[in-house]
Design a binder for this molecule. Structure first.
Ligand code: A2P
Length: 317
C-alpha cells in the first residue's frame, strides 16, 4: 500500500474510502466491508451527514476485528459555518463525538468560504460572513491550536487555489499539509499540483471517478463521463481492469491520495485492487492528454454577487 509521508514522517495510506454521498443505512456496511478488505484510510466530513454511522462502524470494527485506532487514518473537515475562531473547537469536538474517536489524523478546512453560523448552504449574499470579519488565517489559527491540543495530528485545507494557499502560508505557523481538491484526467490542475509540490503540500484527489452520484443540483448539462472515456476504457481493456481502476491507478501514479466513494461491496473491493495496477509511462502520457480543465464540482453554489466570491475565477484562485 503506497503511503504519503508527512513532514514529521507520519504516513497516510494513499488509497482511501470516500464517504461523500454515502447514504445513512449504507455507509455502516461500506466502512466495515472496506476495513475488512484492507482499507486503512477513511475520508469523512461533518457536512456529509453520516459521521455518526461511520463512527458506529469504526467502533464495531475496533471491537470485532483485529484492528486498533492507530492502524487507521481518519480525515474529517470543518464546515463553512464554523469558521469563526470560537466555533472551530466545538465543531471538531462534535465530529470526534460522532466518529467515536479521541483524535483525528487529519482535519481540513472544507472550503475557503465562510457562512453565518445558522446557514448550511447559502441562498443569498447575506448568508456569507465577509473574509474581513472571519479571515481564513484566523480559522487556521484555531486549526493549529487543535493540533497543539492533540485533537488532530495534522491539518490542511480543501478546495484552495494557489493565491489562497500563498496567503495562508504567509500567515501560518503550520503550513497546510494537505490540499484536498478535485483531481482526475479531465481536471489535472498542473499549476496547483506543482505549487503544492514545491511547498511540500500533499494532494488528495476527490471525485476521482467523476462523482456521478452527485445531486442533480450540482450537475451541469452534458457533462463528460470519465468512466466512458475511450482512452481510459482502452487502457482498462489492455490490463484486464475496469475504467474505475485505471482512474484510481492514475491518481496513485501521480502521487496523490485517492479516495473513491462506493457503498457497493464489489466495487469497494474492485477499487481497492486498483492499487496493484501498473501504468506505463506511455499510459500516463496518453492520459495526460485528456485534460479538459473540467470540474464536476464547479463551486457555483458559492457564487453570489456581493457574497464572498462573485466569480468562479475568484473562488478557485
Ligand atoms: P457506488 O457507491 O454505487 O459504487 P467519486 O468517488 O468520483 O465521487 O464517484 C462515486 C461514484 O462512482 C458513485 O456513484 C459510486 O457508486 C461510483 N463507483 C464507485 N466505484 C465504482 C466502480 N468501481 N465502477 C463504477 N462506478 C463506481
Amino acid at each position: 500500500m503506497t503511503k504519503i509521508k508527512f513532514r514529521n514522517n507520519d504516513e497516510m495510506p494513499a488509497f482511501g474510502l470516500g464517504t461523500w454521498k454515502s447514504e445513512e443505512g449504507k455507509v455502516y456496511n461500506a466502512i466495515k466491508t472496506a476495513i475488512k478488505i484492507g482499507y486503512r484510510h477513511i475520508d469523512c466530513a461533518h457536512i456529509y451527514g453520516n459521521e455518526k454511522e461511520v463512527g458506529q462502524a469504526l467502533s464495531d470494527c475496533f471491537s470485532e476485528m483485529d484492528i486498533s485506532r492507530k492502524d487507521l487514518w481518519i480525515t474529517s473537515k470543518l464546515w463553512n459555518n464554523s469558521h469563526a475562531y470560537k466555533d472551530v473547537f466545538p465543531a471538531l469536538k462534535q465530529t470526534l463525538k460522532d466518529l467515536q474517536l479521541e483524535y483525528l489524523d487529519l482535519y481540513l478546512i472544507h472550503w475557503p468560504v465562510t457562512l453565518k453560523r445558522d446557514v448550511t448552504f447559502p441562498t443569498s449574499a447575506e448568508d456569507f460572513l465577509s473574509l474581513d470579519e472571519v479571515p481564513l488565517a484566523k480559522t487556521w489559527e484555531a486549526m493549529e491550536e487543535a493540533v497543539y491540543a492533540g485533537l488532530t495530528k495534522h491539518i490542511g485545507v480543501s478546495n484552495f487555489g494557489i493565491k489562497k494557499l500563498e496567503d495562508l502560508i504567509s500567515k501560518s505557523e503550520i503550513t497546510p499539509e494537505i490540499n484536498q481538491v478535485e483531481l482526475h484526467p479531465y481536471l489535472q490542475q498542473e499549476d496547483l499540483v506543482s505549487f503544492c509540490k514545491s511547498n511540500s503540500i500533499k494532494l488528495t484527489a476527490y471525485a476521482p471517478l467523476g462523482s456521478a452520484d452527485r445531486p442533480d443540483a450540482l450537475k451541469s448539462q452534458n457533462e463528460p463521463t470519465l468512466l466512458d472515456n475511450p482512452t481510459i476504457t482502452e487502457i482498462a481493456k489492455s490490463k484486464n481492469a475496469t475504467p474505475a481502476q485505471i482512474l484510481i491507478s492514475w491518481g496513485l501514479h501521480k502521487g496523490f491520495a485517492v479516495i473513491p466513494k462506493s457503498t457497493n461491496p464489489d466495487r469497494i473491493k474492485q477499487n481497492y485492487d486498483a492499487q496493484y495496477i501498473t501504468l506505463t509511462k506511455d499510459d500516463m502520457e496518453e492520459i495526460s492528454k485528456l485534460d479538459k480543465e473540467f470540474r464536476y464540482v464547479d463551486g457555483s453554489i458559492w457564487i453570489y454577487k456581493n457574497g464572498h466570491f462573485s466569480s468562479l475565477e475568484e473562488l478557485w484562485a
